[in-house]
Design a protein around this ligand. Structure first.
Ligand code: 13P
Ligand code: SF4
Length: 373
């Protein structure tokens, strides 16, 4: 298949005594070709057949192409956020998981199910947060602050997870940090500075931040959002907390991908302005046919660069590659078996905490008091 390459800027932070400083670096993403209607139908049929033949199940993130979202659901798999993707992959009996998303999602699935074969359409699909948090520098940052409980976002490498005490996703970060604060923990947080700052404002926790950012959410612009709000006076604003504080401040609801879906469903408005990856529009629109969803602006007079509100790495997932990896077994996710047990610890803590919360149990009891073993 012909593939165009796309240059991507991302921030590569380095820790210093006060936290960290940033220097912008470069990465790249592949842009898959959109298949024509007949090729598309044939690929979907082929994937359905291969999933059965290979005892495989497909798990897709809300940000990937609508075809991959629909196919996952139609074949007994799941389209969801990174937390539910991890739980579903762990609990499903299929021998092979096909993870359409970005690399940390495939790695998390492998860490939770080392006995399963985890395939990804493109192993180079990464994340600016993962790229911006190299394990060597991050470990040095942790070593410099041994009194802090290390909380990392799921959007990190297996090695960074293995250096952490707790893992969080955007849907449970607030609850977990609040529980840690209530038990007296001071937090070392990585890598997303905007999500970290949001949680700090909401919980009042003592948090020392790594200085990473999501290249998609970092681009939402408050000034342009305000002018779009003026054009749609009754609209409700839904914002992912990886967005800058000025944008979060304008929100009627702040939430993870699943939080945004829930708010859109429950809020009594006809028009919504949404500040998150525009891959979300597919689910928002199909689940809420009577409502209008507008993308929050990412460019304009206050913008430093233009972006399209779509993650270049999520966009690397294609029908053709799903079919190819299922057929050939290529692109199997590998995680060093030596780090799996340590990397699994913070993930298991997160899954136990969120299961307790979901079941109405005392999730806080799963968090030790500071100083306790
Ligand atoms: P969720 O944890 O909400 O799935 O988000 C992952 C992500 O990459 C957001 O940009
Ligand atoms: Fe990473 Fe942002 Fe892409 Fe999510 S949208 S995978 S945080 S770069």
């Amino acid at each position: 298949m012909n593939m165009a390459m796309k240059e991507v800027d991302y921030e590569h932070p380095r820790a210093d005594a006060s936290g960290s400083v940033c220097a912008t670096k470069h990465a790249w993403a592949r842009v898959p070709q959109e298949p024509g209607p007949s090729e598309r139908a044939a690929l979907k049929e082929k994937i359905r057949h291969l999933l059965k033949e290979k005892n495989a199940v497909m798990v897709s993130h809300y940000y990937v192409h609508p075809d991959l979202q629909d196919l996952a659901e139609q074949t007994g798999g799941l389209v969801s956020d990174s937390l539910e993707m991890a739980r579903f992959g762990r609990d499903h009996s299929a021998r092979t998981l096909v993870v359409s998303g970005v690399r940390f999602m495939g790695e998390t699935a492998k860490i939770l199910s080392p006995e399963k074969r985890v395939l990804m359409p493109d192993l180079d699909a990464t994340c600016s947060l993962d790229l911006g948090c190299p394990v060597g520098e991050f470990s040095a940052f942790c070593d410099a602050h041994p009194d802090r409980t290390v909380v990392v976002y799921a959007n990190t490498s297996a090695a960074v997870k293995a250096r952490s005490d707790w893992l969080v996703t955007s849907s449970c970060a607030l609850d977990i940090v609040k529980a840690l604060k209530d038990k007296g923990h001071k937090i070392l947080w990585a890598p997303d500075r905007h999500l970290g700052a949001y949680i700090q404002r909401e919980t009042g926790a003592d948090m020392l931040m790594w200085n990473g950012a999501c290249i998609v959410h970092n681009e939402f612009k408050a000034i342009e959002l305000q002018s779009l709000m003026q054009q749609h006076p009754g609209a409700k604003v839904l914002v992912h907390p990886e967005s800058p504080a000025e944008v979060v401040m304008l929100a009627d609801a702040v939430g993870s991908t699943s939080g945004i879906l829930k708010a859109a469903h429950e809020m009594d408005a006809k028009v919504f302005i949404v500040a998150t990856d525009n891959g979300m529009m597919h689910k928002l629109r199909t689940l809420n046919p009577g409502k209008l969803f507008l993308e929050a602006p990412t460019s304009g007079n206050s913008a430093t660069c233009k972006s399209c509100a779509h993650c270049p790495w999520m966009a690397m997932n294609s029908l053709a590659d799903v079919a190819r990896v299922l057929e050939s077994g290529a692109n199997e996710v590998q995680v060093d078996s030596a780090i799996i047990p340590r990397a699994r610890l913070p993930i298991d803590r997160m899954l136990a905490f969120t299961s307790a919360l979901k079941g109405g149990h005392d999730a806080g009891s799963l968090v030790p008091n500071i100083g306790a073993a």
